[in-house]
Design a protein around this ligand. Sequence first.
Ligand code: 5GP
Length: 186
Amino acid sequence: MKKGLLIILSGPSGVGKGTVRQELFKDQSLNLAYSISMTTRKPRPTEQEGVDYFFVSETEFLNKIENDELLEYAKFVGNYYGTPRFYVEQLLNEGKNVVLEIEVQGALQVMRKCPQALTIFLVPPSFEELERRIRGRRTEAEDVVKERLDKARKEIATKDEYKYVVENDDVLAAKEQISRIIRENA
Ligand code: 5GP
């Protein structure tokens, strides 16, 4: 069976990676599977264990690193985030196109390990719009918002490392553009 495509969907916090991903997953013909990440961040009110993330303690996370169970990981604004290796490999072997929705440090690690990965970077229409989206979420304290914005500037500066850069001005237009990219590469 043909192995699936490893797809990295990256971009700054607040750019709308999650929303675009949800639209992509409505299209069954893309044959997508989502890699559920592990994090030490506390769940937001709407988030579910094993759906949005696997929520773990820092000790558990450090154990996973130690045992080489993560394909990549990064510390992002005070919390660890990482991709469990096992499911990604299993899903790729089943022929699924596996989506990793991850931040930049992790994306760069996967690029080095898997140069064949399809790498897509989502950018906001403007930095002001990104700030509006992050503040609109209203789930973070001001110092965390500031840190995420600061981080976002540095993340956007790495966009040329990716094979494709897609602007997320309109969610459905971004989804269509990414669908086309996946079809061309699958
Ligand atoms: P949030 O706290 O907003 O859910 O996520 C913060 C950032 O971490 C986002 O850019 C998100 O895409 C990224 N992220 C989520 N899961 C992973 C992961 O497994 N690895 C890495 N490197 N980043 C992740």
